[in-house]
Design a protein around this ligand. Structure first.
Ligand code: FES
Ligand SMILES: [Fe+2]
Length: 399
């Protein structure tokens, strides 16, 4: 197994400039250059298991719906009625009978996105149905996980980005897992989305800020640097006595997960994919979490847990306990996110200084600066000039 990779000597430990955590102009650029053009995880195929089942997904001013057709195929569309732009399916998730009926004037779309019917059709000039279907989106299914993209971008296929994890993820049989909605996460946090990533991209804070997690894997935890849009972290259980009830019980109760190779039976492994997706492989379940920015200073963090369909009672209890450890950890992280984000507006803020253990944050920032080099600027560009400035730097090839 790869051990923590040491950073080069004299690396830049200073992080992104403070203004990058609250600038509305930068947020608009991020929506265009990052969130619209990079793969976004929507849901697992078993969350849309039946014909007509759908899940919607909103980000960066875009709206999507992923829906299973009568032919069993999953498809993704803009959730945007071709008449006047209403959502065609209104809820976060649900099931349509044979058609998606727009709640505004009642246009109907088949589950494959084609136009089925127009209310009061004779009040429109003749319209060719095949030109008025829902607009399809790029979609890819990887190990049962559905990803979409609103615009083509710099990333290759999801399977290509994540290929280095193929062997490690295979024994979890993720594609056949089912959602365990009792362990879901849905929190709006009053911070810039990068403050969430920054906290999550390093394990230096685990010892101090997460007593439970530290008891679970203590010093057996390491982060690999961010590499070509992906990251990997591993926590191997520390089997010594733990004071926290949930951690002690979790390690005691967790049965042998015989479908996994020996080391993975006592590890939590995290894979990250740029910009905002983390998958956690646990012996009892697989979880994900993801940041969906709402504004420059407000972010929805969502997550879900998936379990094996033939889960034993004992594994169910273990999963309950791992969810409890995760909830505690998430609560502890939120405070750190808020404090570090707030700090960027303080008159005392001089930027940050990273430890070698925070090299994962720096390498993630490198990826951001590569896409939006305006983030190299220590002072915020003049109001209204940010997009121009960024385009100029990109044109000169300085990244
Ligand atoms: S906006 Fe959908 S039917 Fe009018
Ligand atoms: Fe944390």
């Amino acid at each position: 197994m790869t051990k923590n990779i040491s950073p080069p000597k004299d690396w830049d430990r200073s992080g992104l400039p403070g203004w990058a955590y609250f600038s509305q102009e930068l947020f608009d650029l991020e929506c265009a250059a990052i969130f619209k053009t990079h793969w976004q995880f929507v849901c697992h195929v078993n969350e849309v298991a039946q014909s007509g089942a759908y899940v919607t997904f909103d980000i960066a001013g875009e709206r999507a719906v992923v829906i299973r057709g009568t032919d069993g195929q999953v498809r993704a569309f803009h959730n945007l009625c071709r008449h006047r732009g209403s959502r065609v399916v209104p809820d976060a998730r649900g099931t349509c009978n044979k058609a998606m009926i727009c709640p505004y004037h009642g246009w109907a779309y088949n589950l494959d996105g084609s136009l089925r019917g127009i209310a009061n059709k004779d009040t429109f000039p003749p319209m060719q149905a095949e030109k008025w279907g829902l607009k399809p989106l790029d979609m890819e299914i990887w190990n049962g996980l559905i990803f979409i993209r609103f615009q083509p971008g710099p990333q290759p296929a999801v399977a290509e980005i994540l290929t280095r994890f193929d062997a490690e993820i295979a024994p979890y049989d993720l594609a056949n897992m089912i959602p365990a909605t009792s362990n879901s996460l849905d929190d709006v946090i009053p911070v810039n989305w990068k403050s969430i990533r920054d906290v999550d991209n390093e394990g230096y804070h685990v010892r101090q800020a997460h007593p439970g997690l530290h008891q679970l894997y203590g010093d057996g935890y390491f982060d690999e640097p961010f590499d070509k849009g992906t990251s990997r972290s591993v926590g191997t259980f520390n089997e010594a006595y733990g004071h926290r009830w949930s951690v002690r019980k979790y390690r005691e109760i967790l049965p042998e997960a015989t479908h996994l190779p020996q080391p993975q039976q006592r590890q939590w492994i995290y894979f990250g994919m740029f910009p905002n997706f983390v998958l956690g492989l646990y012996p009892d379940s697989v979880i994900f979490y993801q940041e969906l920015p709402k504004t420059a200073t407000e972010t929805l963090q969502r997550g879900m847990c998936y379990r094996r369909p033939d889960e034993s009672r004992q594994m169910k209890v273990a999963r309950y306990l791992s969810g409890r450890i995760d909830r505690d950890t998430g609560g502890e992280d939120q405070m750190l996110m808020v404090w570090s984000c707030e700090a960027t507006k303080s008159s005392a803020y001089d930027g940050v200084v990273f430890s070698d253990l925070e090299y994962g944050v720096k390498t993630y920032h490198d990826h951001l600066r590569h896409l939006l080099p305006v983030m190299e600027q220590t002072t915020v560009p003049e109001l209204g000039k940010m997009a121009r400035k960024n385009a100029d730097i990109l044109a000169k090839g300085i990244t």
